[in-house]
Design a protein around this ligand. Structure first.
Ligand code: SAH
Length: 219
C-alpha cells in the first residue's frame, strides 16, 4: 500500500486553493493547515482528501470543498472569545476548524448517525471539550445558548430562518447559503443594534436544509 503524505498535501491545499485565491485571515489558514480533513472522510476517499472539491460522507450528504469552508469561516471574522453556532455538523470538519479558532462551538445536526460519527472523530482529535453537540432542526437554531457572535449554516435554506437572525448578538454575523435547489447564493447577515444588514457574497452549491419529516426517509 502506498503511503500518502497528508501533511504535505494539506500544506499544498492551503497554499494553492486558499492563499492563491482570496483567503487572507492567517487564523483560518493556520486552522486549515492543522485539521486532518482526511479523517473526516470515508477511508476509501483519503487519496482525494485534499482535492479542490466536496466529497460524499454518506446519507447523501457531503463534506464541503476546502475553499468554501475557508471562505465561510473568513467571512465570520472570528475572535477567540466569540460564541459560535454551527448548523449542519455533517462530517465535523468545519466544526474542527471552528474549534481551532474559538473557545466554544455549539453544533446542531438533524441526522443523528452523522452527528454520532462526527462526535467520535472530534473526541479522538481532542476537540470535544470545546464543542456542544445537539441533534435537532437548525431552522430553530439553539435558543438555550443564544445569543451568538457568529452563526454558520452549511446546508441551503429557502430563505434566512428568522430564528437564526433573532439569535444573533449585537454585531453578530450569520453566513448562510440561500436558494435551494437553483441559484444558491451565500449571504452574510449582520445585526447592528435593531438594524439587519444583508450582503450577497458568491454563488455556491450545498445540500438542502431539511425538516425532521424528510430525515426519516434516510433512516
Ligand atoms: N459542514 C459539513 C457540511 C455537511 S452537509 C461538512 O463539511 O461536513 C450539510 C449537513 O447539514 C448535513 O449533515 C445535513 O444532515 C445537515 N442538515 C440539513 N438540514 C438540517 C437542519 N434543518 N438542521 C440541522 N442540520 C441539517
Amino acid at each position: 500500500m502506498k503511503l500518502i503524505d497528508f501533511d504535505t498535501r494539506r500544506k499544498e491545499m492551503v497554499w494553492i486553493q486558499l492563499r492563491r485565491r482570496d483567503i487572507t485571515d492567517e487564523r483560518v489558514l493556520a486552522a486549515m493547515e492543522k485539521v486532518p480533513r482526511h479523517l473526516f472522510m470515508p477511508v476509501e476517499l483519503w487519496d482525494r482528501a485534499y482535492d479542490d472539491a466536496p466529497a460524499p460522507i454518506g446519507e447523501a450528504q457531503t463534506i464541503s470543498q476546502p475553499y468554501m469552508v475557508a471562505c465561510m469561516t473568513q467571512t465570520l471574522q472570528l475572535k477567540r472569545t466569540d460564541r459560535v453556532l454551527e448548523i449542519g455538523t455533517g462530517s465535523g470538519y468545519q466544526t474542527a476548524v471552528l474549534a481551532e479558532m474559538v473557545d466554544h462551538v455549539y453544533t446542531v445536526e438533524i441526522r443523528p448517525t452523522l452527528l454520532e460519527r462526527a462526535k467520535g472523530i472530534l473526541e479522538e482529535l481532542g476537540y470535544s471539550h470545546k464543542i456542544t453537540f445537539r441533534v435537532g432542526n437548525g431552522h430553530t437554531g439553539y435558543e438555550k445558548e443564544a445569543p451568538y457572535d457568529a452563526i454558520i449554516v452549511t446546508a441551503a435554506a429557502d430563505c434566512v430562518p428568522p430564528a437564526l437572525v433573532t439569535q444573533l448578538a449585537d454585531g453578530g454575523r450569520l453566513v448562510i447559503p440561500v436558494g435551494y435547489p437553483e441559484h444558491q447564493i451565500l449571504y452574510r447577515v449582520t445585526r447592528k443594534g435593531e438594524e439587519i444588514e444583508q450582503e450577497q457574497l458568491l454563488g455556491c452549491v450545498f445540500v438542502p436544509m431539511v425538516n425532521e419529516k424528510d430525515v426519516s426517509h434516510f433512516g
